[in-house]
Design a protein around this ligand. Structure first.
Ligand code: ADP
Length: 492
């Protein structure tokens, strides 16, 4: 069973569970279950209110009587924004609490990072006439290790709240650093928090009453912030009183790298097209927005693109245009992409390359039905476009044209892998296939184990393993995937 979220564990702990006592554990499980039911009821409630507003105002506009359409549109937009925030927050929570959130460990330029966070919020503060101040000591280290995306999310959540709940005065981000312990304090001169609310505001959908309740928000920010801080091994505290402003303090261990990092390697120029004859691509997806996005990206590179949203149209188009490549979504409404792939394979043979795309890698339908697979490869959505281009190049063998300035700037992974004696090539290829799969789901620890397995194959495998490890250390998963694919291609 996954780790219980803090708020759920607290709810469970209310019954006073003791490991030795079965009854108490049952009570705790029931309490946790109740907390989950309450959570779902809150989600439904949070969704229903803005949805009602959208539904109601849309009907008023349709009737066209006595409604100011601009005012109605404003309510609809605000309600839609609220729903969008809610969905984002829920996805964050699902990731945090499902244990699927993997932290990266990167070296960041600490002072620059803080400046950027403040710059991101300065307009918001300015709009409310608030001063936004960054207080930091002179001796702050130049570089520290952290997951910048998650640390930024924590600081932005706290600063956004500080700005939201402050009408006059100052919002300060104070940063202290001693013995690798960083302390971030977000101080505001706002409405403050009553003592009875200080704990429950970290519970999803719980918001303080009084003047705070009138401000927009869904009540997920602090729950997510607290969960992120805990995952990063730190803690978060609040110190506040009504009318006297608030101080939220986050403490995190941020170690310093032993040696300053080298400047990042220059990136290869962006792909602008490909060499050779025009290639035809058939896109099959029931999501019109996704179709339009991928079509736009591929057409910019010179591909001829045809799109279908169902099996019948896809088969008809394929017969008509004889595409080089099919990018096919696994779930096509009520139809199944695997069936389509099988039919395409039967009709067009192995020359047609079929890449399956799916956003629901954990959904049972995302698993191919049976061997032999009709498709050539699989890419999980959302995908990085560079990764998709790598897959396309692998499948149809196109050579990319890159933007000027990239000559000679080869990313590490496109350099030839160190030679490996033939005996170990197939074993290395098998581990590489697994690495490629793990890269798609971001399972860093398992990737490390696969690299170790490659290193253990033979002394000659050490350079390849080192190259892979260096990609992983830089968290350049795309480069790692390219390298893994190259090892497999060499073995084929
Ligand atoms: P939201 O801001 O969307 O309501 P949060 O989880 O971020 O959700 O915050 C929960 C509640 O905590 C807020 O609704 C507010 O009552 C209280 N709160 C958070 N930060 C502050 C602050 N800086 N000053 C006063 N109240 C705050």
């Amino acid at each position: 069973m996954g780790r219980l979220p803090d708020w759920l564990r607290r709810a469970g702990a209310e019954g006073g569970p003791s490991d030795a006592n079965m009854l108490a554990r049952l009570t705790a499980a029931e309490a946790a279950n109740e907390a989950k039911t309450r959570f779902l009821a809150s989600v439904a409630h949070e969704i229903r209110s803005p949805l009602n507003a959208i539904y109601g105002y849309a009907q008023l506009i349709e009737r066209g009587e006595g409604t100011d359409p601009l005012a109605a549109a404003r309510v609809i937009r605000r309600s839609a924004e609220h729903l969008a925030h809610l969905v984002e927050g829920l996805l964050d929570m699902a990731q945090v609490e499902g244990g699927s959130l993997k932290l990266t460990r990167e070296v960041i330029r600490f002072p620059e990072f803080l400046d950027q966070v403040i710059a991101m919020l300065s307009l918001q503060a300015q709009a409310k006439g608030l001063a936004l101040v960054l207080e930091r000591p002179e001796n702050l280290p130049e570089f520290v290790h952290t997951d910048p995306r998650r640390l930024r999310q924590v600081l932005i959540n706290l600063l956004t709240n500080a700005i939201k709940f402050t009408d006059a005065g100052t919002v300060t981000l104070k940063v202290e650093y001693r013995n690798e312990l960083a302390r971030f304090t977000v101080i505001d001169t706002g409405i403050g928090i009553a003592p009875e609310d200080a704990e429950r505001i970290f519970v999803p959908f719980e918001r303080a009453g009084g003047p705070a309740a009138e401000r927009p928000g869904v009540g997920l920010g602090l729950a997510i912030t607290q969960a992120l801080v805990h995952i990063m091994g730190g803690d978060i505290m609040v110190d506040s009183a009504p009318g006297e402003g608030s101080r939220f303090t986050v403490r995190l261990m941020l170690s310093q790298p032993l040696t300053p990092p080298a400047d990042p390697a220059p990136l290869a120029g962006a792909v602008t097209g490909y060499v050779g004859r025009e290639r035809w691509v058939l896109l099959v997806d029931d999501d019109a927005a996704h179709l339009a996005m991928v079509r736009c990206l591929l057409e910019q590179l010179g591909f001829r693109v045809h799109a279908a949203s169902d099996t019948a149209t896809a088969l008809a188009l394929a017969a008509q245009v004889q595409p080089d490549l099919v990018l096919c979504d696994v779930m096509l409404g009520s139809e199944n992409g695997w069936d389509l792939a099988a039919q395409l394979r039967t009709r067009h043979g192995a020359a047609l390359r079929i890449v399956m795309l799916s956003g629901e890698v954990l959904h049972p339908a995302a698993t191919p039905p049976s061997q032999p697979f009709a498709h050539d490869t699989f890419v999980a959505k959302p995908f990085d476009f560079a990764l998709l281009l790598d897959v396309i190049a692998d499948q149809i063998g196109v050579e990319w044209v890159r933007a000027a300035g990239s000559a000679g700037a080869q990313p590490a992974a496109t350099m030839a892998a160190a030679p490996l004696s033939p005996v170990f090539v197939s074993a290395a290829a098998a581990h590489s296939a697994e690495i490629e799969r793990l890269v798609r789901i971001g399972h860093v620890r398992a990737i490390e184990a696969e690299i170790d397995a490659i290193a253990a194959l033979a002394p000659e495998a050490a350079p390849l393993a080192d190259q892979m490890r260096s990609c992983l250390d830089r968290f350049d998963l795309q480069a790692l995937a390219r390298l893994a694919r190259r090892v497999q291609a060499d073995a084929a």
